[in-house]
Design a protein around this ligand. Structure first.
Ligand SMILES: Nc1ncnc2c1ncn2[C@@H]1O[C@H](COP(=O)(O)OP(=O)(O)OP(=O)(O)O)[C@@H](O)[C@H]1O
Length: 246
């Protein structure tokens, strides 16, 4: 079947926790090769949205299609297969402190590659992913020996090793100084170019958003309040939108 132009399509997603209605008829589409930023205040539901997309949370209503598959219809094994194509960069990086950089990068391969594939291709895949993030020399180092920016790059390399079609970035520059944050944003752009990957990016960092986004969704009051380019949103006279840019 020919794939449609959207990589992710979320339609009328609703999610509540008790009386706290977080997402209300939230809809969005991520196009092929696009970097889409979700902009929203703290507690607005950005992480809940991402967790629904990777099925760590069940929506109350609404439909989520990822790579043309309605994820509500997928069982755990099918979802696992889909997750190979959907990379997730955790805000915390989630590196294993007791493993070397090489072992950290090999970790996702254990789940998704056969033993034979790992024996034949793992080393090349590890080195390619490390080259992509400019850190080939750290392959035998431990995460504790690396700076915050380097750990973020290694986490990104681990996401890239399976060559995902979609990357979900959870606050990729939070906690980094502005120069390192800029380097990570540049890396995100070069990855988009090299792998033609599509991305959903949760961020508060206006520099990162300006640099990386093709479009930005303002997530306000649980819904997709406005979607536009960074430049157009920045010019918005709507007070709920303009307050992000003050
Ligand atoms: N598992 C959960 N159980 C109950 N409430 C939850 C759960 N997960 C999230 N929430 C609530 O959903 C709302 C949205 O949370 P979410 O983490 O998505 O915010 P966010 O926009 O990512 O915020 P931040 O920018 O601070 O990370 C919050 O009110 C939060 O308390």
């Amino acid at each position: 079947m020919e794939q449609k132009d959207h990589i992710i399509k979320v339609s009328k997603l609703n999610k509540s926790f008790g009386s706290n209605q977080v997402l209300k008829d939230f809809s969005m589409e991520l196009g092929r090769g696009e970097n889409l930023v979700i902009l929203g205040k703290s507690g607005s539901g950005k992480s809940v949205l991402i967790k629904c997309i990777i099925k760590l949370l069940e929506p109350d209503f609404g439909e989520i299609k990822v790579l043309d598959q309605d994820i509500s219809e997928l069982d755990e094994d099918e979802m696992d297969l889909l997750r190979k194509d959907v990379g997730f960069l955790f805000q915390s990086n989630a590196l294993y402190d007791s493993m070397t950089v090489r072992e950290n990068l090999e970790f996702p391969l254990r789940r998704h590659w056969t033993l034979e594939e790992r024996e034949n291709k793992a080393e090349d895949a590890v080195m390619e992913a490390l080259e992509d993030v400019g850190l080939s020399h750290t392959v035998n180092m431990m995460p504790a020996e690396l700076s915050g920016g380097m750990r973020k790059r290694i986490a990104l390399a681990r996401t890239l090793i399976l060559k995902p079609q979609v990357i979900l970035y959870d606050e990729p520059t939070t906690g980094l100084d502005p120069i390192t944050g800029r380097e990570i944003s540049e890396l995100m752009i070069s990855i988009q170019e090299k792998y033609k990957a599509s991305s959903v990016i949760i961020s508060h960092d206006m520099n990162c958003i300006k640099m990386t986004s093709n479009r930005v969704i303002a997530l306000i009051e649980g819904r997709n309040y406005e979607t536009d380019t960074y430049e157009n949103l920045m010019k918005s006279t709507d007070p709920k939108v303009s307050e992000f840019f003050r």
